[in-house]
Write a protein that binds this ligand. Structure first.
Ligand code: CO8
Length: 303
């Protein structure tokens, strides 16, 4: 799909679209251009009825997204900071509020705004080399793109505070253990779609003591390391596509309604959530696919 964009690519794969942030020279950090193009990409895939599931990932083998652009932030005043945070938040909100499911394929560092980008996705699947964190406090700011709000709802207040207060990076394995990612794709797993979930966290590193991991990631710059990293990236995307196909085979109306009910249900009390659920559920009876799927089930039972 030619979108004429510099920093964001849209790759259609049948009824699945991959949106790739393409600024590897800055580890896919989001400057104003990236934010504007991401917004446009979301609009394009959002209105395309042929696309049922969206996968968001980063270009290269090292980073999903290293967050907000520190080179831009270093010299801005509070007025510009407010504008920058608002424009990024509105794009992230747009992703969260998309009717169709969105999967984050976390192919490397997901830090600060990069972690917050992953948080607005419905499902997070990480490469086992990924490192995730909210390091904002290490550069003098709190998370500003939803990290203080969404992280707590996903991992609970204790873990959210641990991550935000320390600014440390955690491994994909640890992120899986605390429910921050749904699945970890391991390099030595032979095929996509196999159960790639992993065991207990093996290490937990602070940003300041992360050099050894950084060195490990740098080893992907050697020719052999680069091939391995490319293979892993491909496997991660294959795994996400496999996951997306588990969704696209279902009723897209029911999936969209479920997403809306889960998102809105978290903002209201349980009684209001249950009432909303009744309305959403009942409205699905207006769709033809519901009747067809129920009929298919019943007729299969008679064979
Ligand atoms: N912004 C701009 N450039 C970046 C960023 C970033 N977030 N991250 C990396 N880069 C650049 C580096 O400057 C470097 O550029 P160059 O080659 O020109 O020197 C290039 O990417 C490669 O990075 P490194 O050389 O640092 O790579 P390493 O492998 O040594 O380290 C790390 C990788 C650990 C990921 C390291 O780059 C790092 O710590 N990056 C910063 C991560 C971070 O702190 N992110 C949070 C930013 S704040 C944020 O996201 C807040 C969002 C809400 C803000 C709302 C306020 C208005």
């Amino acid at each position: 799909m030619s979108s004429g964009m510099k920093y964001v690519q849209i790759e259609p794969l049948g009824d699945i679209a991959i949106i790739r942030i393409n600024r590897p020279e800055a580890l896919n950090a989001m400057n104003s251009d990236v934010i504007a193009e991401l917004s446009r990409a979301i609009e394009i895939v959002g209105v395309d009825d042929g696309i049922k599931v969206v996968i968001i990932t980063g270009s290269g083998e090292k980073a999903f997204c290293a967050g907000a652009d520190i080179a831009f932030m270093v010299n801005i005043d509070p007025v510009k900071a407010e504008k920058y945070a608002s424009s990024a938040q509105s794009v992230l909100n747009k992703i969260e509020r998309m009717e169709k499911p969105v999967i984050a394929a976390i192919n490397g560092y997901a830090l600060g705004g990069g972690c917050e980008l992953a948080l607005v996705c419905d499902i997070r699947i990480a490469a086992n080399t990924a490192k995730i964190g909210q390091p904002e406090v290490t550069i003098g700011i709190p998370p500003g793109w939803g990290g203080t709000q969404r992280l707590v709802r996903i991992v609970g207040p204790a873990k959210a505070k641990e991550l935000v207060f320390t600014g440390k990076m955690i491994t994909a394995e640890e992120a899986f253990q605390i429910g921050l990612v749904n699945k970890v794709v391991k390099l030595d797993e032979p095929t996509a779609g196999s159960d790639a979930q992993v065991g207990p966290a093996q290490d937990q590193t602070k940003r300041s003591s992360d050099k050894s991991e950084t060195e490990k990631t740098r080893s992907s710059n050697t020719p052999a390391g680069s091939e391995v990293a490319k293979a892993l990236n491909k496997r991660l995307i294959e795994d996400c596509i496999q996951f997306a196909k588990e969704i696209t085979k279902n009723s897209i109306n029911a999936v969209k309604t479920s997403k809306m009910l889960i998102n809105k249900g978290m903002d209201v009390d349980i009684d209001a959530g249950l009432r909303l659920e009744i309305y959403g559920w009942a409205l699905c009876f207006a769709h033809d696919d519901r009747q067809k799927m129920m009929s298919d089930f019943l007729s299969k039972g008679k064979k």
